[in-house]
Each structure stands twice: as structure tokens, then as C-alpha cells.
Ligand binder design. Structure first.
Ligand code: GTA
Length: 176
């Protein structure tokens, strides 16, 4: 019986067991349950932290990052429709040139399909690049444009590497 099982251990051992179980549960809670749904904070989001979290929890819209400028809407459609039926894809565009600048929004009809995309497609490769899939609060007009000073994404203004899939050097190291 359970009584006999516990009698086999000293009080110190039982205390140590329960402390270990408590530590494991805390770790799990911190890593899984308390994990923020998205690390990204849109500075232009009209609303507080509660509205943001509630929008992210219900949203069927995803942000895809680290795309090649050459990846097409069709390629994105082919990969992301594996998780479910897509309502629309909005390509991220350079604000000045109106050409793809390495991100997009994918909207599904169903929340569970968006969840499967985040869980199974984030970190996979598209056009030989590791893509990032993030929950988004939902598309609104104007969000399809890069916000960097040069028209592309902000991150491309800061990077110092040579990335042929994203226009070569970032603005930080562009030859003057
Ligand atoms: N849901 O992760 C995202 C995300 N990102 C990165 C952009 N968008 C995102 N949406 C979701 N999740 O509609 C959306 C934006 C907008 C569109 C284009 O994509 O809401 P953007 O990338 O041009 O500008 O947006 P954004 O998002 O306003 O840029 P942000 O947050 O300042 O910076 C992006 C990254 O650039 C940072 O994570 C950091 O890596 C780098 N960065 C920014 N500032 C610096 C700095 N001073 N020094 C070094 N690196 C920097």
C-alpha cells in the first residue's frame, strides 16, 4: 500500500523528494505556462498590456520573420497551408520601393491552425533560411510596410553582416 511505501523513507528523504518535485513544478511553470505568448512589443499598438495579451491569445494572424526578399507569396502559401486553410497573406513591403522586404502576415480562419504553425513551422526552413513564426495582434492597414529609415525593416538597419537574401549589407555597414 501507499502507507508502506512512504514508511520506507525517512522524514528527511520525504522532505527532499517534495522539495525536488516543487522545484520541477516551478521550472515547468516558468518555462511553459508563464512563457509570454510573444516577446515582440509593437510600439504602435493602440492599447494596453491586457488588450495586447488578449488579442494575441485569440488571434488567427501570424507574423513571419527572417524571410528572404526573394521568397514569394506562393511559396509561403504552399508551406503554411500545411497547417490549415489560409484566409489571406499580406506581404511585408519596403515602404519606399514597394518591394518585398523580408516579412509577412499570414491569417488563418481557425485559431488551432495558427497554433500549429507557431508550434511546428517556426524554426523550419524556407528558401534555405530559418524562419520565425510569431503570434500577431492582427493586421491593420499600414503594418505591411517596413518602418526602418531606408524603407525596409528596422532590424536590417542595425545588422552588420552580409546577407544576400536580404539585400546584402545592412544600412549599418553599407558602403557610403
Ligand atoms: N507580431 O516579431 C514581430 C515583429 N517584428 C519584428 C516586426 N513586426 C512584428 N510583428 C510581430 N512580431 O507591422 C511587424 C511590425 C510592423 C512590421 C514592420 O512588422 O509591427 P519593422 O520590423 O520594420 O519595425 O516592422 P518594428 O517592428 O517597429 O521594429 P523594432 O521592434 O523596433 O525592432 C525590430 C528589431 O530590430 C529588434 O528586435 C532588434 O533586433 C532590432 N533593433 C531595433 N532597434 C535596435 C537598435 N537600436 N540596435 C540594435 N538592434 C535594434
Amino acid at each position: 500500500s501507499f502507507g508502506c511505501f512512504f514508511q520506507a523513507f525517512s522524514a528527511t528523504e520525504l522532505k527532499s523528494f517534495s522539495l525536488q518535485i516543487y522545484a520541477m513544478a516551478t521550472k515547468l511553470f516558468r518555462s511553459e505556462i508563464a512563457k509570454p505568448i510573444s516577446l515582440y512589443q509593437d510600439r504602435r499598438f493602440q492599447g494596453g498590456q491586457k488588450e495586447r495579451e488578449s488579442a494575441l491569445k485569440q488571434s488567427t494572424t501570424l507574423y513571419l520573420g527572417n524571410l528572404s526578399f526573394y521568397t514569394t507569396e506562393e511559396q509561403i502559401y504552399d508551406l503554411f497551408s500545411k497547417a490549415g486553410e489560409i484566409k489571406r497573406i499580406i506581404m511585408g513591403l519596403d515602404r519606399l520601393r514597394k518591394t518585398p522586404c523580408g516579412f509577412c502576415f499570414v491569417e488563418y480562419y481557425r485559431r488551432c491552425d495558427a497554433e500549429n504553425s507557431v508550434n511546428f513551422l517556426s524554426g523550419t526552413k524556407l528558401d534555405e533560411r530559418t524562419i520565425r513564426v510569431d503570434y500577431d495582434v492582427g493586421f491593420s492597414d499600414g503594418r505591411q510596410y517596413g518602418r526602418g529609415r531606408s524603407g525596409g525593416q528596422v532590424r536590417d538597419e542595425h545588422r552588420v553582416d552580409y546577407d544576400p537574401g536580404r539585400g546584402g549589407f545592412g544600412r549599418a555597414k553599407a558602403p557610403q
